[in-house]
Ligand binder design. Structure first.
Ligand SMILES: [Zn+2]
Length: 626
């Protein structure tokens, strides 16, 4: 299972098969607790606290215990194979209800056992049967508290009775018309992320979705009065309800200037980052060091919008934003002359800035481009400080009136880089690629392996917990890598939980040349595990794509399961910039056969060999780079 983009929190999307507790007891309605040896069925998912976030079908998995061999199991009347160790997984249709009652019957020898499961299903809005007009009050978008510059458009969306005339009545007497959203309905994120068949994408247009455009103006200041009211009229029936949205205005003539201060890691050091997202709560696109200053241009609930330049904005956590005294001028000015300083392991670009301005580093195969927001260029000199072979050329450009780019062309493919402020200067440190022996590519390399989880982690049908398997695999891979001459460090060597930031920080502190995070996969609710499973490997920065490809190929060869391929994923363990990093999802722990592999010495050894051969292939490829 993967950690989603939450930087330091461990997010598993609702219903992800990983968050479920271990050792789930038998459900209500079960026969009394069986004596040892007696035939019974244990269920790992869904557990008593799980709420299934799916509509059509769901998976159930667990194990048959106490059988004498050749067990036959039916789940909701359908035969389900049982592995020799008792593990099973079933894919069953769901009723249009908030509870699914599923009967499991197992026979073994002359014995049989029955298990009834009451699975909870996430409730959905149900239109009142007696009314023609209705509004789904769970679908107001946006809702909550919003602040924007006067007149900026807000896209509104809501679900209401099909065929209705829908409009928003504003407190000053005006109305805003809604139009039907005629596009096909959007699949859930889980389908986009995991589904390997396109049937899951083919959803019919939703006749009950409406959209509108509202220019920002003060609305509903206390959350109760002077609010907007939504009205849906159909067949002579009218439904009305208050739109739960407060709109305030952002003064852009005298803007609020903020400084970013993220201390979620509580490291007490200056290297903590505030992540910037293109949409509120979206995936990570900018990494701003503490102390970065910017103009505040919007707020939506717990998200704040920064105006980086005239054409660029980024959303950050509002908790990371500290306003400077009223009257503080917006950050900006000019970028002065830059200088390279060569060092033994890296070369550092020093960029003098008028303030700690927002920036972004973009990498391509042999270039790094530093984009500075809110500044004009006054770069008179670009000093190379010698003729270091790593940086072949520097250049700068002013692609917009208030954005400057500085591009470094490298003689070698990018291995890693990192940035920090030194006073008002921005330092971009570029790592020298290691000298790799193409015949013994692992010799002398420093590799950090990250056994995924705890906290959390997925559980398989017979109760195998993901962190147990990932540590066993990492230890086997460590031994193999050390035999080949590498120095190997593990981010975790026991069962105590380690958060995400300490893991990536550990890899950087030890100057890891490669970081690989080892996981076992699980599906979110609503996806058929029989067609959506296999090996996959994830990376974030372009330089890590060849590592992900080499790992995926080696793991598919070793493990012999379906190749789901490599992918770019917004996961904390693949975001470090100082070294190539990849996250492996070699097997699906929720599938009986793959759980059995993850449990066995032989299967763990195959996974470990895949990791080692993947790293070795990546290093050999880099050694042969011209
Ligand atoms: Zn995982």
């Amino acid at each position: 299972m993967r950690w989603l983009s939450g930087a330091l929190s461990l997010l598993c999307a609702a219903g992800c098969a990983s968050a479920r507790p271990r050792g789930v007891p038998l459900r209500a309605g079960a026969t009394p607790a069986p004596a040892r040896e007696s035939l019974h069925i244990s269920i790992v998912y869904p557990g008593p606290t799980d709420v299934i976030q799916a509509r059509d079908s769901t998976f159930l998995f667990g194990a048959v215990r106490g059988g004498v061999g050749r067990e036959s199991l039916t789940v909701a009347g359908t035969p389900v194979p049982v592995l020799a160790n008792g593990a099973w997984i079933a894919w069953v249709p769901l009723p249009d209800d908030t509870v699914a009652a599923v009967r499991l019957v197992v026979r073994s020898g002359g014995d049989s056992a029955v298990q009834d499961v009451m699975a909870r299903i996430a409730p959905r809005y149900r239109p009142p049967p007696s009314r023609a007009a209705w509004i789904d009050t769970t679908t107001f978008a946006p809702s909550g508290t919003l602040a924007l510059p006067l007149g900026e458009g807000i896209r509104l969306a809501v679900r209401a009775a099909a065929g209705a005339v829908v409009r928003l009545r504003l407190p000053w007497g005006a109305t805003i018309p809604f139009v039907p959203d005629t596009l096909p309905a959007e699949p859930t994120w889980g389908v986009r992320a995991f589904a390997t068949t396109t049937t899951a994408y083919r959803l019919p247009p939703a006749a009950d979705r409406y959209v509108a455009w509202l220019p920002a103006a003060p609305l509903c200041p206390d959350g109760k009065s002077a609010c907007a009211t939504l009205e849906a009229v159909v067949a002579g029936d009218t439904a009305t309800t208050r739109w739960p949205l407060t709109v305030g205005l952002m003064d852009m003539s005298f803007p609020t200037i903020v400084v970013l201060n993220d201390d979620t890691a509580h490291t007490g050091t200056t290297d903590s980052l505030t992540v910037g997202k293109s949409v509120p709560g979206g995936t990570y696109n900018w990494f701003f060091p503490t102390g970065t200053t910017a103009v505040l241009s919007g707020r939506w609930n717990d998200q704040a919008r920064l105006q980086l330049s005239k054409s660029s904005v980024a959303w950050v956590n509002a908790a990371d934003v500290v306003p400077l005294p009223a009257g503080t001028p917006p950050p900006g000015g000019v970028v002065g002359s830059v200088r390279l300083r060569p060092g033994p392991a890296s070369i550092t670009l020093r960029v003098p800035l008028p303030e700690k301005l927002p920036f972004q580093v973009a990498e391509q195969e042999r270039t790094l481009t530093l984009r500075l927001y809110g500044v004009a260029s006054d770069i008179n000199w670009m000093q190379y400080g010698g003729t270091d072979p790593l940086v072949t050329r520097m250049s700068y450009a002013q692609p917009a009136v208030d954005e400057v780019t500085i591009t470094l062309e490298l003689a070698r493919r990018v291995w890693g880089y990192r940035t920090r402020f030194d006073g008002r200067d921005l330092l971009l440190e570029i790592r020298r690629p290691p000298a790799i022996d193409p015949d013994r590519p692992l010799k002398g390399r420093t590799i950090v392996l990250d056994p995924g989880h705890p906290p959390v982690g997925a559980t398989g049908p017979t109760g195998l917990w993901e962190p147990v398997a990932t540590l066993a695999i990492a230890l086997k891979a460590k031994a193999l890598l050390e035999q080949a001459g590498a120095t190997v460090l593990l981010t975790r060597t026991d069962s105590l939980p380690v958060d995400l930031y300490p893991r990536t920080h550990f890899a950087e502190l030890h100057d890891a040349e490669v970081l690989v995070s080892i996981h076992a996969n699980a599906l979110p609710d609503g996806l058929n595990p029989f067609v959506n499973n296999g090996t996959s490997v994830y990376y974030f920065h372009p330089r890590s794509a060849p590592l992900a490809r080499a790992l995926d190929r080696a793991l598919v060869t070793e493990l012999g399961v379906r190749d789901l391929g490599m992918g770019r994923g917004d996961y904390a363990l693949v975001r470090p910039t100082w070294m190539p990093a990849a996250l492996t999802e070699g097997l699906f722990i929720m599938l009986p056969e793959q759980e059995a592999m993850l449990r066995s010495d032989e299967g763990q050894g195959r996974y470990a060999r895949g990791v080692v051969r993947g790293i070795e292939a990546f290093l050999r490829e880099r050694a042969q780079e011209p």
